[in-house]
Design a protein around this ligand. Structure first.
Ligand code: HEM
Length: 480
């Protein structure tokens, strides 16, 4: 009896969803063939491929159904900032809470993204940023000493470039931002290994509501448990940095009455937010350079030209490297920005066309597809062109056009105006420092001269900097 009632209820809900039709002024609606599920499988498998297909079919705005949810996807980059500035109609907290629960098993009901961002911005700019960068440089220099690397000077070692870059930048960032103990390299290696176990499974955790069961989820759970233990605030040495962002954040959690267990879980969230992107980005920069000899030669010449400068000056005037980094981020930064539509809302595209968003739906923007991979903005967008962001006179190129209109931002790796990554300057500085250190202090080459960059792991679209499906085998030695 109860089962029949449940079945009927389920069918009623299904029919209700299936009945949705496009109203006047709403974006084109594409429900997909499968009831309720809609396009969920294709979306989850390779979001870039799916959304590119939908863009070709419907244009710069459309609504798709995925697992019972209606998602309006906006791909007109010139109106991202204006649309997302309405924080009353478009709420970012509720979906962030869902992801926090799924990925980090974390409930922070009072989590206020606005004030979190303000806190982070305060600690990642000005004199705090200068201090952070200098501590980052010291930590990286420590990590590349022969003893830390377990390597004699001039002795070759083979590695995968992804792991090489990610482990170095993760450890550097962890020492710098989390104030961890510098002299325990075994513990540092272990925390990186566990972090990677967890990070590899992150897209799967984000896509499912059920966090128990199969083997992968158990691996993720066990990695998470270990990381929680290591990240217990009292175990981290934050004494000299009471004014640090992390110290301040923990203090805030304590003031809010957040219990000790939740504090540890929140630390893993922050570990991923601060350490999950720069390492993969450094991999793509070095990977593109190693597979594009002209780009590598030009960057080397630029570094050579700044050899006489003081360490703090070396990073300042590097237009070629800056273009290489911007081009790399254009090709690999793929965060999906999601908002919950809290009330019906009218939005206006840059061609003047107006559309109605419906309350209860989600709004997504995906800058990876437009502007970053938009063939109307960037010629041959899938190609790495190291000088794409350089003018003929060697200055930074800022002017890009689509259908005669100047594009406000030709690449959006750090998020939109209302939601910019507060750690972006620190991230750029850390990536630069790593690449410059490797190119000046090491001999680094591909094991196979004509090796190509590995393909992208398509499950990572939507989660920040992309990760490769394989690795690039390299050999390196510390220069004498
Ligand atoms: C290449 C490296 C990085 C990229 C591409 C990147 C990108 C982003 C993006 C797109 C967001 C907004 C995400 C959203 O709200 O949906 C974000 C948020 C954030 N990022 Fe970064 N980031 C990078 C590195 C870093 C680093 C190194 C730090 C700090 C050390 C950092 C700290 C943060 C923080 C604190 C937030 C706010 C998170 C929140 O909303 O609570 N990021 N980042």
């Amino acid at each position: 009896m109860m089962w029949t009632a449940l079945l009927l209820l389920g069918l009623a809900v299904l029919l209700l969803y299936a009945r949705r039709t496009r109203r006047r002024n709403e974006p084109p609606l594409d429900k997909g063939m499968i009831p309720w599920l809609g396009h969920a499988l294709e979306f989850g498998k390779d979001a870039a491929k799916f959304l590119t297909r939908m863009k070709q079919k419907h244009g710069d705005i459309f609504t798709v159904r995925a697992a019972g949810q209606y998602i309006t996807v906006l791909l007109d980059s010139n109106c991202y900032d204006a649309v997302l500035s309405d924080v009353v109609s478009l709420d970012q907290t509720s979906y962030a809470q869902v992801l926090m629960k799924r990925i980090f098993s974390l409930d922070l009901p009072n989590h206020n993204l606005e004030s979190e961002k303000k806190r982070a911005e305060m600690h990642f700019q000005g004199s705090a940023l200068t201090q952070l960068c200098s501590s980052m440089q010291n930590n990286l220099q420590h990590l590349v000493t022969p003893s830390e690397m377990g390597l004699k000077v001039s002795e070759w070692k083979k590695d995968g470039l992804f792991d090489f870059c990610y482990s170095l930048l993760f450890k550097t960032g962890y020492l710098t931002v989390f104030g961890a103990e510098k002299n325990n390299s075994a513990a540092l290696a272990e925390i990186y290994e566990e972090f990677r176990r967890f990070d590899k499974l992150l897209p799967k955790l984000a896509r499912t509501t059920e966090n128990k069961g199969n083997e992968e989820k158990q691996i993720a759970s066990s990695a998470r448990e270990k990381l929680w233990k290591w990240l217990t605030p009292s175990r981290l040495d934050r004494k000299p940095e009471r004014q640090s962002w992390l110290g301040n954040y923990v203090q805030h959690l304590q003031d809010e009455g957040v219990d000790a267990e939740t504090q540890r879980r929140a630390m893993l969230l922050q570990l991923w937010v601060t350490q999950g992107n720069a390492g993969p980005a450094a991999f793509w920069v070095l990977g593109y350079l190693l597979t594009h000899p002209e780009a590598l030669r030009t960057v080397r010449e630029e570094i050579q030209g700044g050899k006489h400068l003081r360490p703090e000056e070396k990073q300042k005037n590097t237009p070629v490297f800056d273009s290489v980094l911007t081009e790399t981020l254009r090709l690999t930064a793929a965060a999906l920005i999601t908002r919950e539509v809290k009330q019906d809302k009218k939005i206006c595209l840059s061609n003047g066309q107006e559309y109605q968003l419906r309350r209860g739906d989600r709004l997504c923007i995906f800058p990876f597809i437009s502007p970053q991979m938009d063939p109307q903005i960037h010629q041959q967008p899938e190609m790495f062109q190291f000088d794409r962001f350089l003018n003929a006179d060697g200055t930074k190129k800022k002017d890009f056009f689509k259908e005669g209109l100047r594009v406000k931002n030709p690449s959006v790796p750090w998020g939109t105006k209302d939601n910019l990554c507060p750690g972006r300057q620190f991230a750029v500085s850390a990536i630069k420092e790593l690449v410059f250190t490797i190119l000046t202090g090491f001999d680094l080459e591909l094991c196979e001269k004509n090796a190509k960059l590995p393909l992208v792991d398509p499950s990572r679209y939507g989660f920040g900097i992309l990760q490769p499906a394989g690795d690039l085998e390299i050999r390196y030695r510390i220069r004498s």
